[in-house]
Design a protein around this ligand. Structure first.
Ligand SMILES: [Zn+2]
Length: 320
């Protein structure tokens, strides 16, 4: 089994060891800053990390990485925790909503230990004509941080935010995925062979990948309902898909020799050889999220559907 695949929360973030370690240590020592700027290129795990930090802060098991299994962790994973707010960044009325947030922050969190407000993309706090109105309203709250509330500003364009706002946050830089993430994959690359692979499950995963590759909506929904008939089967399919994606990534980077059996390398090249390392890493992250979702209450077919839609080259339609 791949080590990272079974880890929830902060432990599940690939390729951002430094940021994860800083956050884990802060949670463990109860010295979490009230404002963070998660700064880095798109698609490297900033948003997943923000949610994972919210888990760590609210985890009933007090796991500094977030256990992923307790009720608050599961609610946060599913996006249903009342104290973890994915702030609505729609430009219209944004300043007004930041004011309302300020009022809300005068109250204790509803049910969690911590209220976590995630601004993503935070650069949009620059507001119309970059006059920084929403950012300046937020600044007042950042200057007098309410007890138990944490602000996570997630952005690929930190420069759009006023210096005053940036300076009130602890900046965490997220590295572009690449060598670092590959290093981690290399480290666990000998473990994939333990996977007991049933032939039917292998065929099912190939059907899923083929449907997603083609962006064939009808085939995607059919494959999802077939594979999602049983939760354990769906979890197995997700795990197997993760192995296939990892194989493809190792092949793509010419790192597969001695790590991936020839037959598996051929199959990965055949199914996913045209994908870039970035696409494969994004798909791996999607597979990991689906695995976590399957451990919660989500319908297995729905989790698989979502995963395949994320693997699809474009949004397919049911009539495709
Ligand atoms: Zn937990």
């Amino acid at each position: 089994m791949l080590g990272w695949r079974t880890m929830p929360g902060l432990g599940s973030i690939i390729g951002q060891e430094r940021a994860v370690e800083i956050l884990r240590a802060a949670v463990a020592s109860q010295k979490v800053h009230h404002g963070y700027l998660f700064d880095g290129p798109a698609g490297v795990g900033k948003a997943a990390c923000a949610r994972a930090l919210a888990m760590a802060l609210n985890c009933e098991a007090r796991d500094p990485l977030g256990c992923g299994a307790c009720e608050p962790c599961r609610k946060i994973e599913a996006g249903h925790h009342p104290d973890v707010i994915a702030f609505d960044m729609t430009p219209k009325g944004l300043t007004e909503r930041v004011r309302e947030l300020q009022a809300l922050c005068g109250f204790r969190p509803h049910e969690g230990r911590a209220r976590v407000v995630i601004f993503d993309p935070a650069g949009d706090l620059a507001g119309p004509q970059e006059r920084a109105e929403p950012a300046n309203v937020l600044l007042k709250t950042l200057e007098e941080p309410p007890e138990g509330t944490y602000f996570l500003l997630v952005t690929a364009e930190a420069k759009r935010l006023p210096v005053t706002v940036r300076s009130r946050c602890q900046r965490l830089r997220f590295a572009p995925l690449g060598d670092q993430a590959l290093e981690q994959l290399r480290a666990c690359s000998d473990d994939g062979d333990d996977q007991a692979v049933s032939e039917s499950r292998g065929a099912l995963v190939e059907t899923m990948v083929t449907a997603a590759r083609k962006g064939d909506g009808r085939a995607i929904f059919a494959a999802a309902s077939e594979a999602g008939g049983d939760r354990a089967e769906a979890e197995g399919a997700c795990a197997l898909l993760a192995v296939l994606l990892r194989d493809a990534l190792l092949v793509r980077e010419s790192l597969h020799r001695g790590r991936v059996p020839a037959e598996r390398a051929d199959r990965a090249a055949q199914l996913l050889g045209d994908r870039t390392p970035g696409q494969l890493l994004a798909a791996l992250a999607a597979a990991r999220e689906a695995s976590l979702a399957l451990r919660g209450n989500v319908a297995p077919s729905l989790a698989l559907e979502r995963l395949m839609l994320r693997l699809a080259p474009r949004a397919p339609s049911r009539n495709a």
